[in-house]
Design a protein around this ligand. Structure first.
Ligand code: FES
Ligand code: FES
Length: 207
């Protein structure tokens, strides 16, 4: 199966890996203001952002949020550890597995290879943003219907990849589906049903 370009999530194409700095991350993003005020775990613990923090505005799942972040923080880190959006999974943290896939301006990207500051001004969608109130969105529903997972760890990333594909191409071919999820590794080998789920999700979205 074809693997996607090496740095799917890296907008600068620099090849920079973040494994090292992620391990040294301390707590500390402080949500400043938002359309609704957020108290992050770090803020609740009274942790102050370092002096070199930057104030950025992110649009996440339709909600505008202003945050203080360190320039080195990945979008994955900020979404999970500071905003509690745990649908974004941590896998390899170096652009190989796709567990951290989110949509940035409707295009699937690796959150581990995207700096939070790079995402400023962009529209970010996570798995949580696909919910329709209390109901599953079409792609989530299709994955359940087609039993497209085993352990489920890769599933959020697979769903976001399929969501991105269907936003760009409502009637993808099987080859296009296979290519789209080729950057999302499934160690359980659930690919056959993942392909069926993507096809079913396209149907559900059109209905
Ligand atoms: S955690 Fe981002 S690609 Fe693996
Ligand atoms: S369902 Fe287990 S890794 Fe994909």
């Amino acid at each position: 199966m074809e693997k996607k370009e090496k740095h799917k999530g890296c907008q600068c194409d620099c090849g920079f890996t973040r494994r090292g700095f992620l391990s040294s991350m301390g707590a500390g993003a402080v949500a400043l203001a938002a359309s609704g005020k957020i108290v992050t775990p770090a803020a609740a613990a009274g942790v102050k952002a370092p002096m070199d923090s930057l104030s950025i505005q992110l649009m996440i799942n339709g909600r505008s949020q202003r945050l203080l972040v360190e320039p080195r923080w990945s979008l994955l880190y900020v979404l999970r550890e500071h905003l509690g959006l745990t649908g974004v999974k941590i896998g390899c943290e170096r652009g190989e597995c796709g567990a951290c896939t989110v949509l940035i301006n409707d295009i699937p990207r690796y959150g581990c290879l995207t700096l939070a500051v790079e995402a400023e001004g962009s529209k970010i969608t996570t798995l949580e943003g696909l919910m329709q109130g209390e109901d599953l969105g079409p792609v989530q529903q299709a994955f359940v219907e087609k039993d497209a997972f085993q352990c489920g760890y890769c599933t959020p990333g697979q769903i976001m990849a399929v969501e991105g594909l269907l936003r760009a191409k409502p009637r993808p071919s099987v080859a296009e589906i296979q290519r789209e999820v080729s950057g999302n590794l499934c160690r359980c080998g659930a690919y056959v049903n993942i392909f069926k789920a993507a096809d079913r999700a396209a149907e559900l979205k059109r209905s």
